[in-house]
Structures are given as C-alpha cells and as structure tokens.
Design a protein around this ligand. Structure first.
Ligand SMILES: Cc1ncc(COP(=O)(O)O)c(C=O)c1O
Length: 771
C-alpha cells in the first residue's frame, strides 16, 4: 500500500518536473528569433519514448501511433513512416515493383528527392515541362507517355497543388500509377481533398523547413491495401517478420525505419500542422495582395480549385534579373533563392546530365533495358528553363508577420524603381513565351530586319518578327513597289523596289528572303556580302551548284544562311520528334507524307520552271525531305515519279520514294491536282506503334493500346513562323544553335536534285524537268 502511494507520488512529481521543464522550454522557444517548431509537446512525447527504454520502431508504440494518426488526419487507411521525403518517394516506387528501364514522368522543377529514388529502382525519369503555375503541364505529361510509362510523380510545388483533375484523368486512362509528392504541400486542399490522397500514393517530407517537421523524416500514404503491404515491407528490407525461425526477405529493399524519437516528434507536430499551414496560407495571400499591383512582378499563381499553402513564396520578375533583387534583399538580411534550385533539376545532377549512376555503367540509360535515348540537357523543358530564369523564392515560415512582408515589398518596390528593365529574352524556338510581347528595348538595340518579297509568305515573316521584341523591321523590298509600300506603311519601315536599292541605303542585321526561287541565289549572295544574316524561303536555290556558292559565301562572310523549313517548328512535328526520341516506337518500318489539293496554278510563277525550278516536287518536296531527315534520320536515296495532268510546264503530281540510311523505305505524295482524303499529312509506322500528324495535333497508338491518344496543338499554325523567327534571332543574337542549318538545306537540295535526275529522260535536257 505504502509502496503504491510512493510510486503514485513519484510519478506525479515526475510529471510536475516535466511540465515545469516544458513550460520553461516553451518560454525559451518564444524568445528565439524566427521559427520555433518544437516545444513542450514534443518534449513530453520524446520523454515518454525514452522512458519506455525502447527506441526501435518495430515493436515500439510511437511509430505505429504516428502512422495511424497521420493516416487518420489525411482520411486514408494506410501510412508508412520512413527516414526522409526521399525515402517516402522510394517507398512509393517500391510498391510498384518496377522493371529496369520503366519510365516515370516527373517535373523538372523539384528537389532531387523526387528523382533519385527512380534511379535507385533502375527506372528512367522522363521530364514533362511545366506551365506558368510552375507545376507540371498535364498536356506535356500526355506527350511524354509511352508504352514504358509506369508512374507519374506530380509535385505540388511551393505548396500549390497541380491540376489534379487532369492528372487523374490521364493516369486513369492509361492505367498509370499516380504518385503525389506532397513534400511541400502538407494539409493542402485541392477541390476539397488533401493533396497526397487524390492519386494512388502520397509522399511527404518532414525535413526541417517543411510545415510539419521532425528534422528529417517522411511518410507515404495510400488507399490501396496491396500497395500498403508492399510499402511496409519495402521500408523494412522486405523482411516478413513472423517471430522466430528462418528469416524470409521477400524482395530487394532498403531499411528506412524511423526511431520512436522521430515518431514522438511527428505525433506532436501533427497536432500543430493545421495551424502552421493556415498561418503560411494567410501570409502568402497577403504577400500576393501586396505584390499584385507591381509592374513586372507576377505573384504566386494558384491552381484553379486549389488552396496554396506557401512552403516558400515564388516571385516572378518579367523584366528584371532575380539575382539583383536577391542582392537587394540580402542587404536587409532576407534570404532568397534565385531560380529555386537555380536550374532545372536535370541540369543540377550528375546522375542525369552525365548519366553517372553506378560506376561507369550509365545504367539503366545505356543498357539493354532502355528503350530509347534519354538526354538531360539544356532545352529539355524550355518553359521550366525560362521560368527559373525569372524566379525568386522567398523561403519563409509561420513566424513571419505582415509587417515583415511589408518590409520585403518595400525593398522590391525600391528595387523596381531604382533599376532599369532588362530585355525580355526571345522565346525558345519551340515554345514561344505566351505573354504578349511588349518591348522596352530602344530601337538602336534591336536587330534591324528587312523583308524581301512582300507576298503572302513575306507577310507571315513580317508578323512573326513583330512578335519578337529584339527585332525591328526597318526595310522591305518588292518588284511590285505598291506592295512594298503597303507593307512598309504597316510597320513604319522604308520601301524599296529591289534588294540592291535597299542595300545601298540601309544598314541591316538580318533579312528574310521571300521572293520567287529563281532570285534566291543572287539576293542571298548580295545580302551575305553586305554582312546580313539570311533566312531564306524554300527552295533555297534552283540547283545544288547555286546553293554551294551560297554556302561558300555564308562561310566567307561569317554570317548565317538558314533555310525556312518551317515544318520543323510545327507543334505536331515537335510532338512526334519527342515521342520518336524516346525510342518507344521501336524500329521504323515505313512512313508516308501527303500534301495535296485541287489548286489552279495556271498563270502563277509556280508553273514557270525558269522561276520555280520545278513543279510540285520542288514546291513541297524540300519540306518533305527535310521533315523526314529531321524526324527519322539521314536519307540514303530518293527517287521520283511524276505526272502532269493539267498540262503545265512542270509536274503537277509526283511521288518520292525515300530510303533511309537505316533501310526503312517510305513515300511522299504531292499534288496540285488531287486533294488528299486523309486528315494526317504525316504517318510513321514503327515496330511498336504508329504516329499520325496533322496541322491540329498528333495522334499515336502503341500496339498494346486499344485507343489512339491525341495531343492537340496548343497554338495555331501561325505560331510556327514566330518560332522560326525566334530560332533565327536566337542564333544571331545569342549564338544559340539554330534548329535548322544551311547544311540541312544543302542535303535536302542534293536529295531533291537526285529525285529529279531519276525521272529525267535519258539524254534529255539537263535543265528543269519538262514532263
Ligand atoms: C518536392 C520534394 N520532394 C522530395 C524532397 C526530399 O525530401 P527529404 O529532403 O526529406 O529527403 C523534398 C525536400 O525538399 C521536396 O521538396
């Protein structure tokens, strides 16, 4: 009896001492500057864990309780704790039993913790670009799906949920597992559900900066019992614990078990996380309100239907260098991260850009398990690259106040008024900046551009340059002077009757040659000689000999001569190129291009061989040959057949038979006399699937699929000219490698000439074909 009383008294005394200690520690943490996530609540539970004299998680109380409480807080049946967010993602992938070479789609803006577990499972990360929310663009996710895609890992970046309706639809349709990396988005809702519970599996990091933290730690949650059972084993070496006796490790797996101490802290944190997240949301909304009116600043975007919980605050500067703002903030002791991770994650990691994975093996990228060529280099996700250049993240927490935010906004305002806008970078050749183009560049700093030939194609070139702030159209020329005058008036340029008259009066940087083909040779040579870069419409020249002279001049003048093979800039062509680059279509068996229409060409220059150089083969043959080389590789041989049903001086219908260097043979059908019934102008048939491309998008289907998948274009076909002009300007101004070169032009011209040669009557006139 006395012993019982003594035990009770001593337990009460122990509690009292602990409570006093906790109160003291709480006071201590209140006095501390900045974030103080831990206090007496954690201490009390850590003390209980220690008192149990058992810190191993397997048979302890805390780990099981933490997993159960976490699952309950998110309203799902299962949760598996692990040692980090990275481990949590690895545990999720462990549930899938991936094969080497399987593909997992991931975003380019994230922590390496999202990516490295994929490589540890010998699978391949495939990057889908982001949209202006910084999160993965569902349309690009669709584009990246192949027969090898096993999972999509979405990341709710900075606390802003992805477009989960679209992601779920994509994943369900193709039977792909959807994993949500919610490391930065704790207790964050999308359309009434917590992110992490919407897909198949959700992952969380409890690293120190996260809203809920155990210093280091992670959790993986799911609705799916089969996934859970495998995840639980995966975090514990695959160990099927069943008491004494011979052990059984069911599969290849690491040990990610946490201790009772970590779980104790996690349990205490779980009580606080709602409060923490609410505070960060409120601060984030306030920051957005304050930034809303500032010119050149884009506050944090919020996905429709979502709540943003602001792990960090992303500020986008449209016309200032974020590094300069970071320096201004640093002076006030505010830390910030220009470009978040600085570069897209694929450029931050040797495992990706150098494929340095296991020793020198480059496994799995260059193994027999890999079904394609995977390159992790600049240009892979142009939107992400562009956005990171403009991004500044403010890493903050729930200890911030409105006053501190006001202070940051003041610094931003002062920075904006003290600095001058930098130039807006030219859009990536294949993904133009969707922002309306405005320019603050003075005319003298812009490229002085001329258009030669003011017909329909010249108009398209003109409109395209007008979308680029780096270009100023200063002169136009046409033999039809009225036409030149009308175009010049549109843009405030000078009009000329000829390119030579223009060169006598103007100092130019670059020109588009859009006149009839027979003039290309002379005009281009004169322009290059005058030090002007040239973008020349197809066909570049009437003969290979002429074109070789033009290329020689290009080299001697150290200027660029780029062919206007605009199909390379069509969105559906880019979609096809990306899909082909994955190698998932297998060996290419055959292909077909069809360009046709019932067109009345009589009276036009197209049917005058001395002006056009040939008929329908010359007209669209160069586009077709370049398209095949661009998508499928080098061509070994081209032969032709041709007819002339409309009695022009040139062929009005023709066929090219094209043999690739790797042996595959395909055809090109071209006609001014017959319409093509098919919507697709391009068909590619591979061992494992088929691609169909038309001007509104690309459709594709793998052999194992029931239905076709459609990737509609996001922009109209006029944008192809804008992208083409962007590539030209990028090559001139920033020395970016152009998407197409004069060597491509030469190779195409040689192949086209060989095709004509194959139908020229033996001993016939060497000049353009008369059918
Ligand atoms: C989105 C995302 N995924 C994964 C991780 C990896 O988490 P940990 O550092 O806990 O391994 C992080 C960490 O910052 C993250 O932000």
């Amino acid at each position: 009896m006395i012993r019982q009383i003594l035990r009770r008294v001593s337990r009460r005394a122990e509690h009292t001492v602990l409570d006093v200690l906790c109160v003291y520690l709480t006071q201590l943490s209140r006095r501390k500057e900045g974030r103080a996530p831990f206090n007496g609540e954690e201490l009390r539970l850590v003390y209980h864990a220690l008192r149990s004299q058992h810190l191993g998680g397997t048979n302890g109380e805390m780990v099981g309780a933490f997993e159960a409480a976490f699952a309950a807080a998110y309203g799902v049946p299962y949760a598996v704790a692990s040692t980090s967010g990275t481990a949590a993602v690895h545990v999720a992938l462990g549930a899938l039993d991936l094969n080497p070479g399987d593909e997992v789609i991931v975003p380019p803006i994230t922590d390496m913790g999202t990516i490295i577990p994929i490589l540890y499972q010998n699978a391949i990360p495939v990057f889908a670009d982001v949209d202006d929310t910084y999160n993965m663009d569902p349309r690009d996710v669709e584009r990246k799906i192949t027969a090898r895609t096993r999972a999509i890992i979405v990341v709710h970046l900075f606390g802003n949920p992805c477009d989960m309706d679209a992601m779920v639809e994509i994943a369900r349709r193709d039977g792909i597992v959807l994993i949500e990396d919610s490391s930065q988005a704790h207790m964050t809702s999308y359309k009434g559900k917590y992110v992490g519970t919407i897909g198949d599996i959700g992952c969380f990091s409890f690293q120190q900066s996260k809203p809920m933290t155990t210093g280091e730690g992670g959790m993986t949650i799911t609705w799916n019992k089969a996934f859970h059972d495998r995840m639980k084993l995966f975090a514990d070496k695959g160990f099927a614990r069943k008491g004494w006796g011979p052990r059984s490790y069911l599969f290849h797996a690491p040990n990610y078990r946490i201790t009772e101490l970590v779980a104790a802290v996690g349990l205490a944190q779980l009580h606080k996380v709602q409060r923490v997240v609410r505070k960060r949301s409120e601060l984030g909304r306030y920051m957005s309100e304050r930034l809303a009116g500032l010119k050149g600043v884009i506050p944090a975007p919020v996905t429709p239907g979502a709540e943003h919980t602001f792990w960090q605050y992303p500020i986008r500067l449209t016309d200032r260098d974020p590094r300069d703002l970071a320096a201004a903030l640093r002076e006030a002791k505010i830390s910030s991260l220009p470009g978040y991770t600085g570069e897209p994650i694929y450029l931050c990691s040797e495992s990706l850009h150098s494929k340095k994975t296991y020793g020198d093996s480059q496994f799995p990228f260059t193994s027999q398990y890999s079904s394609g060529t995977y390159e992790y280099e600049e240009g892979l996700c142009p939107n992400a690259e562009r956005l990171l250049d403009q991004l500044l993240c403010i890493p903050w927490d729930e200890s911030w106040t409105r006053r501190k935010i006001d202070g940051v906004v003041d610094i931003i305002q002062r920075f904006l008024s003290a600095s001058t806008p930098t130039s807006i970078s030219v859009a990536s050749p294949l993904r133009p900046d969707p922002r309306p183009v405005t320019t603050s560049r003075p005319d003298s700093a812009r490229e002085r551009i001329a258009i030669i030939g003011c017909g329909r194609i010249g108009q398209w070139h003109l409109r395209a340059y007008r979308r680029h702030p780096e270009a100023a159209i200063v002169a136009v020329a046409d033999v039809d002077f009225e036409r030149a005058r009308a175009m010049a008036a549109e843009v405030g340029a000078n009009a000329y009757r000829s390119h030579s008259e223009m060169l006598a009066y103007e100092t130019l940087d670059a020109a588009s040659v859009c006149s009839v083909p027979s003039t290309h040779h002379n005009i281009t040579i004169d322009l290059l000689e005058a030090g002007v870069h040239v973008l020349c419409e197809k066909p570049l020249a009437l003969t290979v000999a002429e074109l070789r002279e033009m290329l020689e001049k290009e080299r001697a003048a150290n200027r660029l001569l780029l062919p206007a093979f605009k199909y390379r800039f069509h969105e559906e062509v880019e979609s096809a190129r990306r899909l082909l680059a994955t190698g998932s279509l297998g060996r290419i068996l055959t292909f077909r291009i069809m360009f046709g229409g019932q067109l009345d060409m009589s009276g036009t220059w197209y049917v005058r061989p001395e002006v056009s150089g040939g008929g329908v083969l010359m007209d669209n043959g160069s586009h077709s040959i370049d398209l095949i080389r661009h998508l499928l590789g080098e061509i070994g041989e081209v032969t032709a057949e041709a007819t002339n049903s409309q009695s022009y001086g040139v062929e009005d219908t023709g066929k090219l038979i094209v043999r690739l260097e790797d042996g595959a043979v395909g055809t090109v059908d071209l006609s001014w006399a017959m319409a093509v019934p098919s919507r697709a102008y391009l068909e590619i048939f591979g061992e494992h699937g088929t691609i169909l491309a038309d001007v509104e998008g690309m459709s594709y289907k793998f052999g194992t699929w029931k239905d076709w998948k459609r990737l509609p274009n996001q922009t109209g076909w006029e944008e192809t000219f804008v992208r083409q002009a962007g590539s030209f300007l990028g090559a001139i101004v920033r020395k970016h490698p152009p998407v197409v070169t004069s060597e491509d032009g030469l190779r195409t011209q040689i192949l086209l000439e060989a095709a004509y040669e194959s139908i020229r009557p033996r001993g016939g006139a060497p000049e353009p074909l008369q059918v």
